[in-house]
Design a protein around this ligand. Structure first.
Ligand SMILES: Nc1ncnc2c1ncn2[C@@H]1O[C@H](COP(=O)(O)OP(=O)(O)OP(=O)(O)O)[C@@H](O)[C@H]1O
Ligand SMILES: [Mg+2]
Length: 259
């Protein structure tokens, strides 16, 4: 559990409540390798409410990573529309997209993509350097984020001097240091044992509950997905089903069509 004095550390950053923050409409994405075409997303529509924690599940190759990349603007789409917090991200230039992501989004990947030559705290600082924050404020925010994931005592360790679970907690700290409105996580527990996996999912849920940050978490593990408020199921490039879990904040919240 986070300490009381750090629990509200990210108050104010993403603090806006209610409404749809991610709206994807009929998103189509086909990979063309030159010798074959793979229809990875065949018309996906998805709405995510601000402050929601959504898990995306489905078999290997069904398009989960592609969906995350297309919703976050990491990858281009062929057709459809993705509106993030009122911004049509595909209308932004590449530079504007990168800037938008740096300011508004955090990322956690399956393999903790930390830079090996940097210490834990320096890795956590990276997103803030991109957004041009002063060095002192950056270090303070990075240390607060490391405290939140219980790793303040490992701040000077390089990734090779950390356990797998600790590395992933550094990656979580890095994803939230900028107080982004949205955190995207692609199999964040994929490389961890079940104790470390539960720790990470508990952390994500605590963050989600203590702030109004929105989390979209890809996992193929139904135990991990159960930490979310809603589980969206994909098969073969399409969303085929969804269900609310025991953690749903508003079991009877309106469907996107009703808002
Ligand atoms: N860069 C690429 N070029 C061509 N095809 C790709 C590319 N990336 C993914 N694909 C194909 O698109 C489909 C969807 O891939 P994606 O990575 O989104 O699946 P996934 O659901 O994340 O799978 P996993 O659970 O294994 O990570 C797959 O059939 C994959 O082979
Ligand atoms: Mg994937």
């Amino acid at each position: 559990m986070p300490d009381q004095n750090v629990k509200g550390w990210n108050d104010g950053g993403a603090a806006q409540t209610g409404g749809i923050i991610i709206q994807a409409m009929d998103v189509v994405k086909t990979y063309d390798t030159g010798y074959s075409k793979v229809p990875a997303l065949k018309g996906v529509s998805l709405s995510v409410e601000r402050g929601e924690m959504v898990a995306i599940m489905g078999p290997s190759g069904c398009g989960k990573t592609t969906l995350l990349n297309c919703l976050s603007g990491l990858d281009d789409i062929d057709s459809g529309q993705v509106i993030v917090d009122g911004t049509d991200i595909n209308r932004l230039s590449d530079n504007a997209k990168t800037e938008y992501r740096a300011r508004n989004m955090g990322f956690v990947f399956q393999v903790y993509d930390l830079l090996p030559i940097l210490s834990a705290v320096e890795n956590v600082e990276l997103p803030m350097l991109v957004s041009g924050t002063a060095a002192k404020a950056t270090r303070e925010a990075a240390m607060r984020a490391l405290e939140f994931v219980h790793l303040a005592n490992r701040a000077s360790h390089r990734p090779a001097e950390l356990s797998g679970g600790e590395r992933q907690r550094v990656a979580v700290a890095r994803s939230l240091v900028n107080q982004p409105a949205i955190v995207w996580a692609d199999e964040p527990t994929g490389a961890l044992d079940s104790t470390n996996a539960d720790d990470i999912m508990n952390l994500l849920r605590e963050l989600n509950e203590s702030s109004s940050q929105t989390f979209v978490v890809v996992t193929h593990d139904s135990k991990m997905a159960a930490y979310a408020q809603r589980i969206v199921y994909m098969v073969d490039g399409l969303i085929v089903d969804e269900k609310r879990t025991a953690h749903a904040k508003q079991p009877s919240s309106p469907t996107p069509e009703q808002t």
